[in-house]
Design a protein around this ligand. Sequence first.
Ligand code: NAD
Length: 519
Amino acid sequence: MLPPYRNEPFTDFSKPENEAAFRAALDQVKAEIGRHYPIVIGDEQISLDDTFPSLNPSRPAEILATFSKGAVEHGEKAITTAAQAFKSWQYVPVADRARYLLRAAAEMRRRKHEFSATMVLEVGKSWAEADADTAEAIDFMEYYARQAVRLADSSHLLYPNAGEQLGLYYIPLGVGIVIPPWNFPLAIPTGMMVAALVAGNTVILKPAEPSPWIAWKLCQLFWDLGLPPGVLNFVSGPGRTTGAHMVAHPQTRFIAFTGSREVGINIFEQASKVPPGQIWLKRTILEMGGKDAVVVDETADLEAAAQGIVVSAFGFQGQKCSAGSRAIITGTVYDEVAERVVDLSRKLQLGAPDLGRDIDMGPVVNLDSMQKIMSYVEVGTQEGELLLGGSPVETADNGYFIPPTIFGDVPSNARIAQEEIFGPVLAMIRASDYDDALAIANGTEYGLTGALFSQDRARLERARHEFHVGNLYLNRKCTGALVGVHPFGGFNMSGTDSKTGGPDYLLLYSQAKSVAERL
Ligand code: NAD
């Protein structure tokens, strides 16, 4: 009998013992810098001469680790191996599969700061953001373990039929390719991977190029628990070639992807093709980008609203699919809120996050990202009034630091109000009234998260129906969904609304088998 599910608590770094433990973890992880990590297929480790580095974005000259650049042939071999392993893994009882997740969760909890410290170095998360990422990964394991046991035999949901014994069983699909992004480099691969495994599928994890180190540590945790060879394979390499080949492969049964709109659409199209030898229609679970809005009306608690806007826009440097990159404010309170948002944002501490717990914002993830974000800043200067930031911060180590950047009076149809920038850039938009604000909020092709700050009961109720996003938050920030509490996923071009961390999620990794026996 399992204890009831509860979310993993966040660490209070103001306690000296927690701060000391985190510093020790950073030292431990730094002592591991410079290793090479192989591709792992079945029980074989493959180290190639062709490698790529994982860099510290705070100090890009620092190579944290190198990884083998898997090619098409490695994807091919991994799929064959996973297909072989599926023959037995699919029949391992669900309670045993769930136990792997629970044991992994317990181990990750014991080594929590080590996982978080790895993300501080590899993607530039602040301590608090990294801690929340690890907590979410633990939550996914605890939550899906319980959900899998609940779901596997759903026969009790059927209505009786005289003279028949009935069964409804959720069985696995087959070999899945798990393709995560780098921005929740532990929680997202954990969630997609363990959902697939606990449902009885076998997996090839292809980590995102900027964050293979933390992904490798995650896989190693499972291999060390004695997961049978071939059930979980790790193929590092370029998404465009190696990833794309695995997506198209006829033995691939499903693809679990989280990432950009552009790549999600590409996978959707490729997976819909049926090459010779493929005997199923592939399933795709695609979670994509956002252009999320925080709406504030004239009845709102303006201080709470300003704080909510700042945290939503600049947490993890704005590199969240749920980031509140648009603040839509009704005219009478616009100036007051804008001024307060600028004041609060100016106080955010920018720096290399391994330096200490006081750093609020680290670097953006890499040079490509920095260039893309700065090109949007350039566009923004044509489209709105620059209120804060706007130029990269130079450091001795050439880190990719962009300060909080805020544009005021941005037209709702401007590019910086429509396109996902995925960096610390906030567009503030003036709305004439609440109707206008709601129309602007709904006026992009995305529909992931959104927040409304208002004290008007009728408006809050209207937002429940008319604010068209997968995750709506009333009088709070639009980031920070909790597993099992706020099932997460978006509408329209934000993806297939898979609702990670929700009661329906494992259905996506399963197919239902109905059995009737004549008595
Ligand atoms: P990305 O789309 O560039 O890459 C995601 C993954 O796809 C990587 O592992 C990459 O190697 C792989 N890939 C790239 N091209 C491929 C191809 N042709 N075939 C197969 N795989 C391919 O995204 P990113 O930069 O890693 O992540 C940022 C994006 O992720 C943002 O748009 C963000 O909004 C989105 N995101 C969405 C959610 C959500 O839940 N909706 C959560 C986190 C991030």
